[in-house]
Design a protein around this ligand. Structure first.
Ligand code: AMP
Length: 277
């Protein structure tokens, strides 16, 4: 496994081989969710590259950029059995003085995480396009855990004719259903005990839809009731939307994306489930 810190080094490494490459962009503090993406990249490609970069431009001024958990040593030891190249640029390498270009995907960034976190997807799509240009993989792997991010990247790749296949990977969960996330580490023991309610509420939505409940508002009400039983949980939004346009729906129409952001103290967790027929 080679660790590359500059764009020039990464380009050089890519140039040295014409083999197929799968790429997994991450912000580090890796867990089994990330590793599942790396494994899927390994299965379909001769080479695997992973980036570790806590991208400053996708964090709002009041968000956790500075406190975002970091542990390079642990990350590298997790990657070693599965990875050929780890790209770990500095902030200055990615955004040198005078940096002035931004990628903006319109429309699907207006709602959900886009409206809760203004500028977030501009930062995400900009850094992902830069990483794609630097690493030049054949395929790139993204988690369904960040459903809207996945939709934004797919749209950007389509609109900009980027010649990379985007592969969606299922959400990996802890045994109690909590979606794995680097931010779970912020939770107090009490909040951690409450946090599986997110997945429970998603399963409730799935169950209600299966039983024939077609009214999205009624489903959201039941989910809200369940989550509010946890005194630590503070709902930011619960959405039931068309899985492609991400526009809210009133009647259940498959496939539907049920998604949410819930705060536990200062920690903000997101989760989602796609309802299918
Ligand atoms: P992050 O380091 O949070 O930027 O995540 C890097 C990639 O890993 C993104 O494509 C995420 O969607 C994906 N990811 C994060 N958590 C999970 C999870 N629990 N299961 C599957 N993929 C995940």
């Amino acid at each position: 496994m080679e660790v590359l810190k500059t764009i020039a080094e990464m380009r050089q490494a890519r140039k040295a081989s014409k083999k197929t490459m799968g790429f997994v962009p991450t912000m580090g503090y890796l867990h089994e969710g990330h590793i599942s993406l790396v494994r899927q990249a390994r299965e379909k490609n001769k080479l695997v590259a992973v980036s570790i970069f806590v991208n400053p431009t996708q964090f709002g001024p009041k968000e956790d950029f500075r406190t975002y958990p970091r542990d390079t040593k642990h990350d590298l030891s997790m990657l070693k059995p599965h990875t050929d190249f780890v790209f770990m640029p500095s902030d200055e390498e990615m955004y040198p003085e005078g940096y002035d270009s931004w990628v903006e995907v319109k429309g699907i960034t207006d709602m959900l995480e886009g409206s809760a976190r203004p500028g977030h997807f501009r930062g995400v799509s900009t850094v992902v396009l830069k990483l794609f240009n630097i690493v030049q993989p054949n395929r790139a792997y993204f988690g369904q855990k960040d459903a809207q991010q996945l939709a934004v990247i797919k749209k950007m790749v389509k609109d900009f004719d980027v010649n990379i296949d985007i592969v969606a990977c299922p959400t990996v969960r802890e045994s109690d259903g909590l979606a794995m996330s680097s931010r779970n580490t912020y939770l107090t023991p009490e909040q951690r005990r409450s946090a599986p309610v997110l997945y429970q509420s998603l399963q409730l939505a799935q169950e209600l839809a299966k039983q024939g409940e077609w009214d999205a508002l009624a489903i959201r009400k039941e989910m809200t009731k369940l989550i509010q039983k946890e005194s630590q949980a503070d709902i930011e939004y619960i959405s039931i939307a068309d899985n492609e346009t991400l526009k809210e729906i009133h009647r259940i129409k498959y496939p539907a994306l049920v998604s949410m952001a819930v705060r536990f103290g200062r920690t903000r967790l997101i989760d989602n489930l796609v309802l299918e027929e």
